[in-house]
Design a protein around this ligand. Structure first.
Ligand SMILES: [Zn+2]
Length: 75
């Protein structure tokens, strides 16, 4: 699979988003263990937000990769 500049940029952003998501999930687990209700609520919201950003970027990558294979077929 050929990676163009946009591919690379999308994957880079996806990497950052995935890392943030994982970090938040870890903090969420710790807050759950410590039964820190307030932290748990804050982190749950933040984790959901990070998860959405990650999923959106993954979808963007899928769409972009389809445009590559379309070019391979029609170009
Ligand atoms: Zn590309």
């Amino acid at each position: 699979m050929h990676l163009c500049d946009l591919c690379r940029d999308l994957w880079r952003r996806y990497g950052v988003a995935a890392k943030i998501h994982i970090q938040l999930e870890n903090r969420l687990r710790i807050a759950a263990l410590e039964e820190d209700q307030q932290m748990l609520e804050t982190l749950t919201r933040e984790t959901e937000g990070a998860e959405k950003i990650r999923a959106d970027l993954r979808e963007e990558i899928n769409r972009h990769e389809r445009s590559h294979s379309a070019k391979a077929v029609w170009g």
